[in-house]
Design a protein around this ligand. Structure first.
Ligand SMILES: O=C(O)c1ccccc1NCC(=O)[C@H](O)[C@H](O)COP(=O)(O)O
Length: 210
């Protein structure tokens, strides 16, 4: 089965077109004010309508309260991605609202693996991402790679998307070494923080699918 690939932090119809042409499966929009990829609700709604079912759509947010969740669900994304400290119970509750949930977990050391099986049982998709540096303004999208060898200790039946610092230079090695179910990336296909590049998207996808 081919790898499931998500690109996060798309902001314009042009870049959505580039991602769709390159064969990206999941298009991610960031709703987190401190991020250079942040979009307000009306822009996210407009871009979800632009995608119009040509790929699945994801709204990424961090520790959303019920009020924000109501607004996000009204935009009718395929997935909500939770990139904060949301509990397993919170994941289950959000799924009960009738949307698929992606849970991102930060992996920095062996201890971080302990929580993975519980979330894997509840979330529709799991992203294993690098821990953000201490002074980071946002918990993801920092271009940091974590030690992939940690994942050797994980139950091989757990499906996850590998994330954190993926680029055209390391994607082939990542696939070879980790053999993930999917890939998730953001800054690796940007020329500046928050600015995606069609050529990098195309080349990343070519190498990932090769
Ligand atoms: O991308 C952001 O700006 C962001 C802000 C707040 C929370 C999460 C965020 N991104 C999460 C993602 O899904 C990224 O794709 C993932 O962290 C990998 O990012 P990168 O290392 O830049 O490829």
């Amino acid at each position: 089965m081919s790898l499931l690939i998500k690109i996060c932090g798309l902001k314009t119809p042009d870049m959505i077109d580039a991602a769709l042409e390159a064969g990206v499966d999941l298009i991610g929009f960031v709703h987190f004010a401190r991020s250079p990829r942040h979009l307000d609700l009306s822009d996210i709604g407009r871009l979800i309508r632009y995608v119009d079912g040509r790929a699945e759509t994801v709204i990424l947010t961090v520790n959303p309260d019920e009020d924000l969740l109501d607004h996000l669900l009204a935009l009718d994304p395929d997935y909500i991605q939770l990139h904060g400290q949301e509990t397993v119970e919170r994941v289950a509750h959000i799924k009960e609202r009738g949307v698929k949930v992606i849970k991102a977990l930060a992996i920095g050391d062996q201890e971080d693996l302990a929580k993975v099986p519980r979330y894997a049982d509840k979330a529709d998709l799991l992203i294993l991402d690098a821990k953000a540096p201490e002074n980071a303004a946002h918990p993801g999208g920092n271009g940091e790679v974590f030690d992939w060898t940690l994942l050797k200790a994980l139950d091989p039946d757990i499906k996850f998307m590998l994330s954190g610092g993926l680029t055209i230079d390391n994607v082939e090695q990542a696939i070879r070494d980790v053999q993930p179910f999917g890939l998730d990336l953001s800054s690796g296909v940007e020329v500046r923080k928050g600015e995606k590049d069609a050529g990098l998207i195309k080349e990343f996808m070519r190498r990932a699918r090769a």
